[in-house]
Design a protein around this ligand. Structure first.
Ligand code: ZN
Length: 109
């Protein structure tokens, strides 16, 4: 899965800061996973969030960034959030082969 991370100022927030948004390449463009964007108050926190998003596994359905332990927790995450899209068993067959975006997202465009 090809991802990038975008950062922009959180101008609508009184306390300011930054939004860190994971973007997933679905072929012709990058899909911005706004639902899972992370609000960071300072540049250090923002840099950490960018690093995490670039180095950890990212949920291909919503852009949620997993912890440093690979795909740990994706079963619970998927069942709680995306079971209505596709069952975890079927999703994992695609995700583990790095085929989820190709089959589920790119083809939907
Ligand atoms: Zn997700």
């Amino acid at each position: 899965m090809k991802t990038k991370v975008e950062v922009y100022p959180a101008t609508e927030k009184a306390e300011g800061g930054y939004w860190v948004v994971v973007c997933i390449s679905v072929g012709s463009y990058y899909k911005h996973m706004e639902k899972s964007r992370v609000h960071c108050l300072d540049k250090q926190t923002m840099a950490e969030a960018v690093w995490n998003a670039l180095n950890n596994k990212v949920c291909p359905e919503c852009g949620h960034v997993f912890s440093t332990h690979g795909w740990d927790g994706i079963d619970a995450h998927w069942r709680a959030n995306h079971e209505d899209v596709i069952s975890y068993e079927n999703a994992w067959k695609l995700i583990s082969k790095n085929k989820y975006v190709e089959v589920m997202l790119a083809s939907a465009e």
